[in-house]
Design a protein around this ligand. Structure first.
Ligand SMILES: Cc1ncc(COP(=O)(O)O)c(C=O)c1O
Length: 442
């Protein structure tokens, strides 16, 4: 009898259609997580597994934080739900104000969603609404970037740039894509690479092709996560900002991974010193404990849409979710942000990043490692593939790591690390030693 069979019936194992998962492979050899504590997951054999991706880039403050549990429990017995449309509850306004104060410059209007995908849809809908209310309704096209990930909604798979996520469905929204910035010249570069700033100039060609009168926004992750941690070339984002300004195109940063500390700054916008027009966040906002996302927008965007709303009983932006600003999610976010601030986790990431950088780059020269990239507490390894089987070797590496007691992410031809912000140096050492042994076939 297989291990899981003692706990789950065959029909239970069969019933779940797992997301972004090789269902047949998983069900043949399930990796079941039954608990978590701090920087560790616990599997169904009671093994402690170091969480090398902070869940899914979600749990930077470590798992099962009692402060979040208490806030959620209290909220559930105070106000479990409040209708999100036409009525309000204090916590949503308080959290919005807190986020507005954290975000750079005049990014001070907050629209709540439940996920990063919904934030991608919301920010691009807001971009279109903004231009329409500016009297330019033809500005609808969204420009993404190759290898970009913005979630699984129709918007996300249209302006997202990971081929495997797109080919099944075809595009839904008018979009186009800048080139990715993964350049051979930058291989094994530590931190932000030197080459590739000029790739931002492709936006000029997009404007020539589509005309700025038809382009609403550019959306990029300041640092791509899901495609294997692609750090922006120095000055690339600044150039993109300049070009968006020149051509009246809104710039959206998808900070679903980089928001709230991953880069060693509060936002990627701070780390790379560029102010976009909107910032999408999710994941770390509640430390992964309760689903939540948000779009943080600059004041002029809100003002334009709201002021064009007509009679004051009109809904200015006919958009939102039943669970936008859910009280329990707000309570979790408040507690998660308290932890981030009280434990100074963002500066902790900044302080330990050089140590992590040295550690990951010590794997240069190991078998199959064709590139290593890092920034903050994120790192990506490109892995040479078996001929015609790009996804296989990363899976095998992650599988071997799991058996050794380490969870790392595999995707495409990459292995990704996203350490909990609470990681100790000794944990970095054991993780990297295990990676080395694994790559050497030990
Ligand atoms: C940059 C980015 N945007 C959007 C998303 C989608 O978020 P969700 O899975 O919460 O919809 C992700 C998820 O990994 C992401 O990394």
């Amino acid at each position: 009898m297989t291990q899981w069979a003692s706990k789950l019936s065959q029909s239970q194992m069969d019933a779940l259609w797992m997301p972004y998962t090789a269902n047949r492979q998983f069900k043949a050899s399930p990796k079941m997580i039954t608990g978590a504590q701090g920087n560790y997951l616990i599997d169904d054999n009671g093994r402690k597994i170091f969480d090398g991706l902070s869940g899914l880039w979600t749990c930077g403050a470590g798992h099962n934080r009692p402060e979040i549990a208490e806030a959620v429990a209290k909220q559930l017995t105070t106000l479990d739900y409040a209708p999100a449309f036409q009525y309000g509850h204090n916590l949503a306004f308080e959290l919005a104000d807190r986020l507005a104060n954290m975000a750079p410059a005049d990014i001070n209007k907050v629209f709540f969603t439940n996920s990063g995908s919904e934030a991608a849809d919301t920010s691009t809908k807001i971009a279109r609404a903004y231009w329409r209310q500016q009297g330019q309704p033809t500005k609808t096209r969204i420009i993404g970037r190759a290898k970009g990930y913005h979630g699984a909604s129709w918007g996300g798979i249209s302006f997202g740039g990971i081929g495997a996520n797109r080919k099944m469905w075809g595009p839904a929204m008018e979009s186009d894509h800048l080139s990715h910035t993964l350049l051979p010249n930058n291989q094994f570069c530590k931190g932000a690479p030197n080459y590739g700033e000029e790739l931002a100039d492709e936006l000029i060609e997009m404007v020539a092709l589509h005309d700025a009168s038809n382009i609403a926004a550019v959306i990029v992750e300041p640092m791509s996560g899901s495609a294997g941690v692609i750090v922006p070339p120095k000055a690339y984002l600044r150039r993109l900002r300049e070009l968006c300004n020149q051509h009246d195109i809104l710039l959206i940063f998808d900070e679903v991974i980089t928001g709230f500390g991953r880069t060693g700054s509060l936002f990627g916008a701070d780390a790379f010193d560029v102010v976009p027009d909107m910032i999408n966040v999710a994941k770390q906002i509640t430390n992964g404990a309760v689903p939540m996302g948000a779009v943080l927008a600059r004041e002029f965007i809100y003002d334009t849409v709201i002021n064009a709303g007509g009679a004051d009983y009109n809904i200015e932006l006919p958009h939102g979710y039943t669970y936008s600003g859910h009280p329990v999610a707000c309570a979790a976010a408040m507690a998660a942000l308290d932890i981030l601030e009280q434990e100074k986790l963002v500066s902790r990431v900044a302080e330990l990043s050089p140590y992590f950088e040295e550690a990951v780059h010590s794997l240069k020269g190991m078998p199959f490692v064709s590139d290593i990239r890092n920034f903050g507490f994120a790192a990506g390894f490109s892995i040479e593939s078996y001929p015609g089987e790009p996804a296989r070797r990363p899976y095998e590496i992650a599988d071997a790591m799991w058996k050794k007691g380490f969870y790392v992410r595999y995707g495409g031809d990459t292995i990704q690390l996203g350490l909990p912000f609470t990681t100790e140096k000794a944990e970095i050492d054991t993780l990297i030693n295990a990676m080395q042994d694994t790559l050497m076939g030990k």
